[in-house]
Structures are given as C-alpha cells and as structure tokens.
Design a binder for this molecule. Structure first.
Ligand code: MN
Length: 471
C-alpha cells in the first residue's frame, strides 16, 4: 500500500483495489473521495482521480468513533490533555470522539465552553461532547435546552461516586429531555452500597487493589441498571447505559428491550479483554487495572461479546482516562480508595478488537465496524461519521490484516507512562488514517496539527422531544 497526502478543496483521491467494510458486509470496491467527502464507491472510477492510492490487500474501515472518552479538563489552560489524547485517537484509527464535558461551577454552558476551548486548540480528531450533570439544580436543568442548541444532545448522570445523582435527580433530568430532546446516559453502580463496602474494607485494613473489585460486586451494577430502567420507564424516556460490565446487566437490558422499552448500552474494550485477576497483582501493578465498574470474569466477557453480536450493546468504546502510574495509580501506597479510576486505551481499540474479536472468532469484521463506528455514530447523531458512503466524511482507516502491532507504553503518544495492554502482540496494523480526505496518519506518524479537528454539532437523532419510551 502506498499512501499519498491528498489536500485541496476539490482534490479527488481514489483508493483502488481494497476491501471496504461496512456494518452490513465487506466487499471489494474502489472508493473515490472529493475534498472532505466520499464521492462514490464502485469500479472504473480511476479516470476521475487526481491521486490514486493502491489499497490492494488492505481493508478500508470507516474512521472509528469513540463515543466515550475523558480527555478534556475543567482547567481551561490544559491543552496538553487534548493534544495527547487525540493524538492517540488518530494513531489508533479513531477520527471522531465524543468527550465528556463536565458541569463547571454549577454551569453546563461554562463547562462546555471550557471543553470546547481546549478541543478547538488541541484536537487532532473531530470532536463532540456529552455533558456530565453532577449537580441537578433548576439552573442546570434550564441550561439543557441551550446545550441541545449547541449540539450537545446527551447528558450523563452517575449513580455512584462523590457527586452521585439521587433517583429524584435522575427523574428530573429525564423529564427535562421530554421538552429538550436528547438522551440520558447513566453510570450504573449503587453508590451507597459501594461507599459502605469501602468503609468496611478500609476499617479492616484491606487496602490492596483487589478490594476495589470486591467492594463493587456485580449486584451493585445490576441493581442500578434495573433501577434506572424503571426511572426511564416512569419518565417515558430512553436510557443509555455506559460501560456495562456484567452478564446480569446485559440480561436486564435484554429483558427491558424485549418489553418494548428504549434501553441502549455500550461496553468498553477492557471489559472484553481484561479480567479481575489483574487486580490481584500487588501494589501498583494491580492499581494499573482499576476502573469503575471493575474488571469482571471470563464468563462476563463471553456475555458482553454475545450482547454486542446481538446488538443489545450498541457500541464498544474506550472510556479513555489518562491516569499515569506516577502521581495517579501510585496512590495505592495509601490505599485503593485513593487511586484514580480509569484506563488509557484510546489508541489500541481497533487492534485489540481485531485480535480478540475478529481473529479469535468472536465477531466478524462488519460487527467490529458496527460497534466501533456505525452504531455509535447513529445513536449519538454524529454528522458525517460511521460509514464509508457517498456524502459522508472521507474518514477512512487503511488496515493491513496481515500486519502486526506490539503494544508498548514507552513513547506512548497519549503521554501516559504505562499501558494495561503492555506486551500484547495483536495481528493487524494501521497503515494510514484519513480524516475528511486528508492523510493524517502515515504508518504511525501523525501528519495533522493539533486543532485541525472540527467540532461535531450533534442532533438528537431518534431521541427528540416527547414521549420516547418505546424507541
Ligand atoms: Mn467514563
């Protein structure tokens, strides 16, 4: 495969001889780009191209969408975070992210402004935002309509953690979307139970990382999922569950959907590939694997793969959090409750899912594309993204299925000093990444500049105003 940079507003680039993968299948096709968009698929398109890229032997995947990242910061000056995180994104074939902006000083709009400023200056990937609401006040509820106008059409509440929402809070946010439209996302763990468990563990001197898992048993996810399903039904609004980790939660989502309720969910790559035995490792080695909900069992992994195949789970995201060992995971020296939760993986999702999913026979290539691009793009109404089709953004990953990728944290593009996947040898390699028609990654080298990413003004797709419980 030979790559050539394509620039210019009406430049036509032809990918010849590759295999295009979509959510519905894979087929040999040439792909013609014009400027920032896909113009046509088919054969005999060569006469019209300014640049021809020989894609023989390569897979052409739509640029991946990561609809669950934590890159931005409440600190408006923290530009490095966006540069580092989205450099990892594009190196991993992810051309569009939806980052979680946070309510700041009580204000949703202020939070959005802080996140947008960082992304505008620093993002290599195209970017949109969800909004975390952690203080459900009348003023915050009133701001939700403004957020929708700004293209932020999903709102996340936590049922656990320092700023957990009460059932009343969740209902108020859900009810507000009856008039504003939009989708409410839920972090589903029972925070009260976890708090008591953590207190008990620390009081009896259990400080190691494995206690992070034992204090957040699977029932704490199931209870919160079932409760939120009820809240969604009462409000007659859809619910989206972030990072589902257990078999029982997948089953609860299946039951709600079989009953006609609009319940959607994702899981994350680490719940598919890593299990809770990693947390048994002593000291910081265990803390490297701390995320919430915690890693689970191999039986849960099987259920999550199955849930993805059945589309009970719509997406596989990263929940990327750039906590290093130094100054982060090393706080296990105090105890597990002091360790920041979250794993870095934004740059590894495609190769991990290709190895553990496609090559090991758990999913097909179209299923990989569905869960990493097409489905999240549609669910979160991300314009132009998620498939290679005429009129869509020319976001294309050239993937060599016979290549190989070794995951190694030294020189990590996201600035994190470790990887939970250190030493993983995955089949397949990313040859090139195009974002809106421009070659932005050429064999591991980033050619774009920070700030090249564009804001993604999202609509609310199927989740408009009104009674939407049965979508
Ligand atoms: Mn998260």
């Amino acid at each position: 495969v030979r790559l050539k940079a394509s620039q210019g507003a009406h430049m036509r680039t032809l990918f010849r001889g590759g295999t295009v993968v979509s959510a519905s299948g894979e087929y040999r096709s040439d792909v013609l780009l014009e400027g920032e968009q896909v113009l046509a698929l088919g054969t005999d398109l060569g006469l019209e191209a300014d640049v021809v890229v020989d894609a023989g032997g390569a897979l052409l995947l739509p640029g991946l969408v990561d609809s669950h990242t934590h890159i931005g910061s409440p600190d408006p000056g923290k530009l490095d975070a966006f540069r580092n995180g989205t450099r990892g994104a594009v190196l991993g074939g992810t051309t569009a992210i939806v980052d979680f902006a946070m309510q700041s000083d009580g204000s949703l709009l202020d939070g959005l402004q802080r996140w947008r400023a960082q992304a505008s200056a620093g993002s290599y990937a195209d970017y949109g935002f969800h909004m975390i609401i952690d203080d459900v006040t009348p003023a915050a509820l009133a701001e939700m309509a403004r957020l929708v106008e700004e293209g932020v059409t999903s709102f996340k509440v936590f049922l656990s953690g320092a700023k957990a929402a009460s059932d009343e809070d969740v209902l108020r946010v859900l009810r507000q979307t009856t008039s504003t439209g939009g989708l409410v996302q839920v972090h589903a763990e029972n925070g009260d139970a976890i708090r008591v468990n953590v207190e008990n563990a620390l009081a009896s001197g259990r400080t190691e990382a494995i206690n992070h898992a034992t204090t957040r048993p699977r029932e704490t996810e199931l209870e919160a999922v079932e409760r939120a399903i009820h809240l969604g039904a009462w409000a007659r609004r859809p619910i989206f569950f972030v990072h589902i980790s257990t078999k029982e939660a997948v089953q609860a989502i299946g039951r709600a959907r079989a009953g006609g309720q609009a319940v959607h969910a994702e899981t994350c790559v680490h719940y598919l590939v890593l299990a809770e035995d990693r947390l048994m490792r002593p000291g910081v080695e265990g803390a490297k694997y701390m995320c919430a909900p915690p890693l689970r069992t191999e039986a849960d992994q099987r259920s999550l793969w199955s849930g993805l195949r059945q589309r009970l789970l719509s997406a596989c995201t990263t929940d990327h959090c750039a906590h290093s060992v130094k100054g982060g995971k090393d706080r296990i020296e105090v105890d597990f409750a002091h360790v920041p939760n979250g794993l870095p993986s934004i740059q590894h999702r495609l190769v991990l899912l290709y190895e553990y999913g496609v090559r090991q026979g758990r999913i097909t290539l179209p299923e990989l594309v569905t869960m990493t691009a097409t489905s999240p793009a549609r669910l979160f109404d991300i314009p132009g993204k998620g498939e290679i089709a005429p009129g869509m953004d020319a976001d294309i990953v050239l993937f060599d299925p016979e290549g190989s990728t070794l995951i190694n944290a030294s020189g990590d593009p996201t600035g994190v000093d470790y990887s939970p996947y250190e030493g993983e040898q995955c089949r397949g390699s990313i040859v090139g990444v195009y974002r809106r028609g421009s070659l932005i990654v050429d064999r591991g080298e980033v050619l774009a500049s920070p700030g090249d990413g564009r804001y993604l003004h999202r609509g609310f797709g199927a989740f408009g105003p009104g009674d939407r419980s049965a979508l």
